[in-house]
Design a protein around this ligand. Sequence first.
Ligand SMILES: Nc1ncnc2c1ncn2[C@@H]1O[C@H](COP(=O)(O)OP(=O)(O)O)[C@@H](O)[C@H]1O
Ligand SMILES: [Mg+2]
Length: 338
Amino acid sequence: MTETDAGATAVAVRLRSVRRLYRDVVALDGVDLAVRAGSFVAIMGPSGSGKSTLLQCAAGLDRPTSGSVEVGGTELTGLSERRRTLLRRDRIGFVFQSFNLIPSLSAAQNVALPGRLAGRRPSRTQVHAALDRVGLAGRAGHRPGELSGGQQQRVALARALVSRPAVLFGDEPTGALDTVTSRHVLALLRELVNGEGQTTVMVTHDPVAASYADRVVFLVDGRVESELAGPDVEEVAGRMAALEGRRTGGVRAGAEAAGGAGSVRADGEAARRTGSVHADTETVGRTDSVHADTETARHTDSVHAHAETARRTDSVHAHAETARHTDSVHADTEAVGR
Ligand SMILES: Nc1ncnc2c1ncn2[C@@H]1O[C@H](COP(=O)(O)OP(=O)(O)O)[C@@H](O)[C@H]1O
Ligand SMILES: [Mg+2]
């Protein structure tokens, strides 16, 4: 980690002219982006605008076709597969919409798993500290099925944070959570940024989620279209409505987001300022919808597929939902496999 030059300490992630082509599809079309260390950036944009591709290139899960990516002062471009895997393991945390926890393992075992698979088992103290940071110190022995959706995502967060990564990436981390639970996870993310300077980059389609960030970057057709600093829910919703409308010819989705946003704005702003976010998660976790979600998740193929895959990889970042992830999982296996 070359943290010595002044630029590296100020900028945690830097993309320069990043292009990513899938055959004839231009997923990213020359993205320049710098994320300040200790800041919280949200990435928004219409479906298919390249958000996930951007996040995966930035996190070293995918390689740009051209351009460069720097994380924590290390240039990823040109690193061997193995070096990239090691950098991901040591410097990068990733959470997905689906929590990707192994159902048969306890919260603590899930948090310890990536390190264990990489031959660097974290100490009990480290695992418990990570669970404590997400407010789950008392749940270390619980299995995912015994936890609410929000608690499961917090276990996934603890797993991503246990290595003290330079950057935490989240691809729709609250996408599978109900509104109230989602706010708790967002407030926790905000708290990690405020309290610990945890650089965070999150893809979201939810204007309320984006309002927790310091800055919102809007992508359209693989390009940075615009940005908002100190985003306000209605402003973000309005911007998204305009972007969606431009693509689809209708503004309904965006307008609905804007309509719903007003009522929760106060909540979002209050959450941003409060120090503690863990208090009522217990109650929230007992709602039917959360349990329904948990039940479903337990039975989906993707969870089982993931469990299979994770056993063979160094990285529980693996996600069975997209073929792309499967590729990077196999790459990891080969790079790290002994
Ligand atoms: N593995 C892939 N193979 C081919 N095309 C892909 C692949 N992944 C993404 N794309 C395409 O790249 C574009 C951007 O996708 P993505 O980054 O997933 O967008 P978003 O996350 O904003 O919805 C889309 O047109 C998508 O169809
Ligand atoms: Mg996506």
